[in-house]
Every structure is written in C-alpha cells, then in structure tokens.
Design a protein around this ligand. Structure first.
Ligand SMILES: *Cc1c(COP(=O)(O)O)cnc(C)c1O
Length: 394
C-alpha cells in the first residue's frame, strides 16, 4: 500500500472496538486473568499479550503497530512507543553500549544527546567521539576497535548539514557496527531509514507525528530480531508512554501526509524568499535547490519538512534579539513539528568539539507552520525592518 493509505489504516481495528473507528484510550496498571493458564501465557508472552500497564496497553500497541507499518511493515520491523524522544534515544544507546565501548556521534547532534554522552554514558564507562556533520565514507578513519554504535542524524540539528547516510551505514555494516538514526526531521513519511542500511530508527514523535504541540512521545523501530533487548531496556527505564499521548500520536499520524506536504510547500516558499533577502547570508535547508546538502537530500529523501535555518550577515546581538523577539506569528520557543510557526536563535559555536562552526553572522532557526505564507512573509519582513532599525541605531 502507498504511504497515505498506510497512515490512514495502520493500527486500526474497529472490530476490537465495538466498530468505533479509533481505539479507546485504555488507562491501566493491573490486568486480571480468568485462569492460571491465561496468566502463565501472558507472563511468557509479556511483550505481546497484556500483562501489566508498563508493558503496553491497547492504545500504545495500536500506535506502535501503526508506526511499524509506516517504517516498513510489521512483518519485518517492530516499534516501541516511549514517553519522549530523548527517552527513545537513551533506551537505544544503553541497550547497545556497555563499559569500555566507544560511541560515534555527529558534531551537530541534537544537544541533549551530547549532554547524555558527556554525562550519563561517560559515568558508565562509554566514551563518545564526534564526527564531521558532512561525514561520508571517511567516517571509517574514526572507527576504533571498540566502536559499538554510530549515531546518525540527517539533516543535523540547527545547522542542517547533510551526511551521506548510505555511505556511513555501508562502513558500519562492513565492521559489524550498529547504526541508530534520529529521523525526527523527515519522519518515516519522507525518509525510510531501513532502506538506507540503518539498524535502529528513532523518532521524537513529539514533533511531526503528534503534530499539534500537545504531547511528549518517542518511538523506536527495529528489525524483529532486535526488539527484545531494546524493549527490555525501555521497560527498565520505566519509559512507558501515557495512553492519552499514544492516542494523540495516532491521531496526529492520520494527517501526517497532508500536513507534511503543506509544511514542505510553505517552507520552500519561505526559504526561497529568505534566500533573496539582503540581510541573509545563507539559507540552511536541504530542500532548497543549490543548497550544499541538496543533492544528497534529493537522492535519499522523498520530501523536506518545515524546519530550516539561516545565517544572517554580521549584525549585532541586540538587533538580532529585536528581530527574533518581535514576531507575531513565529513564536519564540523550542521544538518544532506542530502546526504553528516558531523561531529560535542558533548558538552552537561553543558546542562543537570535532569541527568548527564559525559562521559569518548570527544563526536563526525557523519552523515554518501551516499559516498562509503571505502572512508569514509579512511577519518576517517586519522582523528584518526591526533588525535594520536596531543595528543602525547602535
Ligand atoms: C526534539 C528532538 C528530540 C527529543 O524529543 P523529545 O520528545 O523532546 O524528548 C530528539 N531528536 C531531535 C532531532 C529532536 O528535534
């Protein structure tokens, strides 16, 4: 089936729900059994049957089934819903790493992942080194005897560099090293990690899957044979998602296609407009023709979403603050993937350890929402007027 059909139908079982189109929200800890046989069966099949709320509910399983269908099909992969995107990342990393192991992560990795590796993983004896965000086959040079996992993000957080994903996974496969991919930007609607050699796919469903900025949710997807160890770790972490949030994930998923197509259309329009502005030095958006990551993106991805960044020309901080702080439609805040437009300063210069990020001016990230682009452009235009006014007044 085509993806738009899958996202509408996956995980739906009206026959189990008195005919209702959607699953019910099953709240629960205890499950009671009619016989010892039924109890023993559930204990033995604790990840498939219902045994206790932490192991899964009909609502979380419906969401997991739908995500697995979108990631490639329940006959080959399985999804685990957890209570946030970072919970998904932590569960994957500590499932596959142990004391003495080495982790390779991109230098532009989502900030909290660097924090996780510099603190928790380090305390447990795992060493992390960071690789060039534009990595390709050359990543081989950074592999050590004890490298156990290569973490990949495409495009990278905030600065949007595109690595060569198949080149990285080819090297990893050759060395028997596991790869985990954070697919939050593209979602499995626009990028299929398993078709590009990735072993574990991670989704901060908080973003585009939920799609309405009203829940925290994460998803891990892996081939069936790798399911048990990761599920066991997620269980140890107590990372079970609330049934309401799984319901919101499912509900968001049903409209993922139409939303992403519109985000893409709006973002490309805004990116082109920004690219022509005299205040803007560079637009960082792989969906934009001519962008450094565009050819890799075109080869591997089926679409681009609403998140992009820009590098301004060299303006003073107070002028940039006036621009960012004064928008009416672009809300100043973290996250993305909801229906609404957002803006965030990009300040990563001090974070890089393997490479340098020394842009010609301040960076700004935009999430282009589902508003009318004419209104968004007017808001951005007024922002550039604030930028100029505040810098000439200095
Ligand atoms: C937001 C985000 C996460 C973390 O997700 P939460 O649900 O906020 O924990 C992970 N990776 C990327 C790329 C993100 O943008």
């Amino acid at each position: 089936m085509k993806k738009d059909t899958t996202i509408v139908n996956a995980g739906r079982h009206p026959d189990r729900n008195h005919g209702f189109v959607n699953p019910s929200i099953t709240r629960g800890s205890t499950v009671v059994f009619e016989s010892m046989e039924a109890f023993e069966y559930a204990v033995k099949n604790r990840y498939d049957a219902y045994i206790y709320g932490r192991f899964g509910t009909p609502t979380s399983k419906a969401f997991e089934e739908a995500m697995a269908e979108l990631e490639g099909g329940t006959d080959t992969v399985r999804s685990i819903a957890v209570s946030s995107g970072i919970g998904a990342i932590t569960a994957v990393l500590i499932s596959h790493l142990e004391a003495g192991d080495h982790l390779l992560a991109p230098d532009n990795v989502y900030g909290p992942v660097r924090n996780l590796s510099d603190n928790l993983l380090k305390r447990f004896g795992v060493e992390t080194s960071f690789y060039d965000p534009l990595a390709g086959p050359a990543i081989e040079e950074q592999i050590r005897e004890n490298t156990a996992l290569i973490y990949v993000e495409a495009p990278g957080s905030l600065t949007m560099e595109m690595p060569d994903v198949p080149a990285i996974t080819k090297v990893a496969r050759g060395r028997g090293i596991i790869t985990a991919f954070d697919n939050t930007w593209a979602t499995p609607y626009f990028f299929q990690p398993f078709e590009h050699g990735i072993d574990v796919s991670i989704q901060a469903a908080t973003k585009y899957i939920v799609g309405h900025s009203d829940a925290m949710l994460g998803v891990i997807t892996m081939p069936l044979k790798n399911f048990e160890p990761i599920k066991t770790t997620a269980n140890f972490l107590g990372a079970c998602p609330a049934p309401e949030d799984c319901y919101l994930g499912l509900r968001g998923l049903r409209t993922l296609g139409v939303r992403l197509r519109q985000h893409q259309k709006n973002a490309l329009f805004v990116a082109k407009w920004l690219d022509d502005r005299p205040e803007v030095s560079r637009v960082l958006y792989p969906g934009l023709p001519g962008n450094p990551g565009h050819e890799l993106w075109k080869r591997d991805f089926k679409g681009a979403t609403g998140l992009l960044s820009i590098v301004l020309n060299d303006y003073p901080k107070k002028a940039v603050d006036a621009m960012i702080g004064g928008y009416t439609l672009f809300g100043l805040g973290a996250s993305f993937g909801g229906y609404e437009s957002l803006v965030l300063p990009v300040r990563v210069d001090a974070l890089r350890t393997a490479t340098q990020w020394k842009p010609e001016g301040p960076g700004v990230r935009f999430h282009v929402g589902l508003e009318d682009t004419e209104d968004l452009i007017a808001d951005l235009k007024a922002g550039f007027e604030r930028l100029e006014a505040a810098s000439s007044g200095s």
